[in-house]
Design a protein around this ligand. Structure first.
Ligand code: FMN
Length: 421
């Protein structure tokens, strides 16, 4: 097993009660006195929904009267996920939950910014999950303070957190975004409010629209097994999109015309299966031609191209141009060449092409800690990789480690060194 780097060409380095607090948009009146909701029983007329996750999803929830519990369990069933119920060290009694009494325990806690009710149970194995659904009942427009206790007790860095809530009638309001500072290194999705009797189908539709990605297979994107190559083919790394990418690729910057075509053909003959180009290189046509003329089946190949910043304002046209010039059916991986104006707009256009099956995986290039942290909350599909300058003379270990902690593969450009290095 080789850790972190190895050479050459393109390398993959492995969240006060006031009378207004209840007046959120959907509020139709004061909440009713809470009564325990019976345990949900499956509706025999509702068709079973097939699990769509891969076991790497965790549903954490707090529930006093089982409404949130019911939604949590439906999410877990849909995602083939695991549930973790936050158990308060001191259970809440009905008197504790009496919101008509301004000095009831729940009301006092919601009025006290520093209240952090203790949690009795411990969550084990958080590292095994990529996506964490976080459920809670709305208490005076906010999440109960025990949710803050939870977020301050565990490190959710790099995880995708999806808040959801139940309520008498209030919407989720800002109860979800108010939680963000408590896990600022997590990738937060917009939260959603559910009624207690929400169908599994509705919940599934919501989940399908979230664009969740998982680290399928090996969750350690920082190491590869070099012995895993089959029949002389390069070993591959499994991307969070679910596709396998050869860890070694031919970079084609500066190759044009016949030199480019012949280089690609020679590389193919030598066993290369990954090719990296870019709109700005001006050689997508030659690369596409060499690939079409080869005997190597398309599904064995992995072709990456990039949009340049001057194309971000009109991304659809640029993507269409890449598809037309390469003319190899689909693009395995499309990257943003550099951060720049409209990069989020361009990436979101790329996401649409993923939904249409014309692009399989998305990534970015030349994004460092600050850039990636700013970028991630604005997009839906997590980049499968970041391609940065990395080589023995410029190791950038802090960035590499940050990306790996986010479950993002690091791919090196200039893997042998270049320019001033
Ligand atoms: C202290 C307290 C405050 C509440 N505040 C609100 C509120 O502001 N808006 C609302 O619609 N429901 C409110 N509710 C109702 C709960 O949000 C609702 O019954 C929820 O679904 C209960 O979830 P659970 O069964 O998982 O505990 C409140 C309930 C309690 C106990």
């Amino acid at each position: 097993m080789i850790k972190k780097y190895f050479l050459p060409l393109f390398l993959i380095l492995g969240m006060s009660m006031t009378t207004n607090a209840c007046s959120t948009d959907n509020e139709t009146g004061r909440p009713e006195t809470p009564t325990p909701t019976p345990e949900p029983t499956p509706d025999p007329d509702e068709p079973p929904v097939q699990p769509s996750g891969n076991g790497r999803c965790l549903v954490v929830y707090f529930s006093c009267t089982n409404t949130t519990k019911g939604i949590a369990e439906r999410i877990a069933a849909i995602m083939d996920g695991t549930t973790f119920r936050i158990e308060p060290e001191v259970p809440y009694t009905s008197a504790d939950l009496d919101y008509n009494n301004s000095s009831s325990r729940a009301n006092r806690e919601q009025n006290d910014l520093s209240a952090r009710p203790a949690i009795a149970n411990t969550l084990e194995g958080l590292e095994n999950y990529d996506v964490v659904f976080l459920g809670y009942p709305i208490w005076w427009g906010d999440a109960p303070k025990i949710i803050s206790t939870f977020l301050e007790s565990y490190d959710l860095s790099g995880k995708t957190v999806v808040p959801f809530c139940t309520s008498h009638s209030s919407g989720i309001g800002s109860s979800d975004t108010d939680l963000h500072p408590l896990a600022s290194e997590a990738v937060w999705k917009d939260g959603r409010r559910f009624g207690g009797s929400e169908s599994e189908e509705t919940i599934k539709e919501w989940i399908d629209g979230l664009g969740l990605t998982f680290n399928i297979g090996d969750s350690d994107v920082s190491s590869f097994n070099l012995d895993a190559g089959v029949n002389g083919n390069a070993p591959t790394v499994r991307l969070s999109s679910g596709y396998d990418m050869p860890i070694l690729g031919l970079g084609t910057y500066s190759l044009h015309g016949d030199v480019c075509k012949n280089s690609v053909k020679a590389a193919l003959a030598s066993g290369f299966r990954k090719f990296d180009t870019a709109s700005i290189y001006g050689n997508e046509e030659e690369i596409g031609e060499a690939i079409r003329e080869s005997d190597v089946p398309r599904e064995e190949l992995f072709v990456a191209t990039k949009l340049y910043p001057n194309q971000y304002a009109n991304p659809e046209a640029a993507i269409e141009e890449c598809l037309r010039k390469l003319n190899i059916g689909y693009i395995d991986l499309m990257l943003l060449h550099h951060p720049g104006t409209n990069d989020v707009k361009a990436y979101k256009a790329m996401e649409k092409y993923v939904a249409e099956g014309k692009i399989r995986s998305l990534g970015v290039s030349c994004y460092y800690v600050e850039e990636i942290n700013e970028f991630l909350p604005q997009i839906d599909i997590k980049p499968v990789l970041v391609q940065n300058e990395v080589h023995p003379y410029y190791q950038d270990t802090e960035v590499v480690e940050h990306l790996h902690n986010l479950g993002i593969v690091v791919e090196a450009w200039y893997p042998l060194g270049g320019r001033g290095h």
